[in-house]
Design a protein around this ligand. Structure first.
Ligand code: NAP
Length: 215
């Protein structure tokens, strides 16, 4: 029988590719808010990115599965990649609410800049009805930015907006893609299984079938 999930972390991201910054963030939020499970939800076509600039969802999903395999509290969902059209967080949360039911507390976790976009887009009050939001920041992020940008919305829902500073978020997917493209190592930035997958499938301009720093 499936385990009852009282508190669910929903880790939304493009994960192009997933890296240790994401994994450390998910684990830190799980511990801080006593979550039973963290569900990684790779986006379909992100609403805020030009089509064709994001790696095929099948690769991003597989890398998320490989990266989360050894943590019994982590899982990966296909809800966003299976829904046609652009990915909007309101649809992510509505779909997951149908799966988990009304009693599970949701914590949607993503980067602070992405939170600004989600909450300043459509149906923000409905979003807060469905979930709390955890903004993960790299050290030094100006938190006033979030408060100023969200204005009244922030004041109305302050108890539903949490911020967590994660030093490992200094790792970035953009940097990893550039490293692969220019032949620099990505060891210790992503799990080894993810590095092998990237090279085996020639993602991000990889030109060798195995990571170049392998013996
Ligand atoms: P993004 O714009 O690519 O990322 C913004 C920043 O957040 C980057 O620094 C990114 O670092 C970081 N980040 C992304 N996901 C993270 C995570 N789960 N934990 C910690 N940091 C994270 O954002 P995105 O990845 O495309 O979207 C993030 C989530 O917000 C997705 O679920 C997306 O569907 C949602 N979103 C929804 C709307 C909407 O409904 N209108 C609009 C925007 C975003 P890396 O590049 O290293 O990951």
């Amino acid at each position: 029988m499936a385990k009852t999930v009282h508190k669910l972390g929903i880790m939304g991201g493009t994960f192009d590719p997933i890296h240790y910054g994401h994994l450390v963030t998910a684990e830190a939020v799980r511990a801080e808010f006593h979550l039973d499970q963290v569900l990684f939800v790779p986006t379909g076509q992100p609403a805020h990115k030009p089509p064709g600039t994001t790696t095929d969802a099948k690769h991003r999903y597989t890398m998320a599965v490989l990266a989360t395999l050894t943590n019994p509290h982590f899982d990966v969902s296909r809800v966003d990649i299976e829904r046609p059209g652009y990915t909007y967080t309101i649809d992510t949360l509505t779909d997951l609410r149908k799966i988990y039911g009304p009693a599970t507390e949701f914590y949607f976790i993503t980067g602070a800049d992405a939170i600004l976009e989600i909450l300043s887009w459509k149906e923000p009050d409905e979003l807060f009805r469905l979930s709390a939001f955890v903004a993960a920041t790299r050290p030094g992020y100006d938190l006033d930015r979030l408060e100023h940008a969200l204005g009244d919305l922030y004041r109305r829902h302050a108890d539903q907006i949490k911020v967590i500073e994660v030093p490992a978020m200094a790792i970035s997917s953009t940097d990893i893609r550039e490293r692969v493209r220019s032949g620099r190592p990505i060891r210790y930035l992503v799990p080894e299984t993810v590095a092998s997958y990237i090279y085996k499938n020639g993602l991000y301009g990889a030109t060798t079938p195995v990571p170049p720093d392998d013996p």
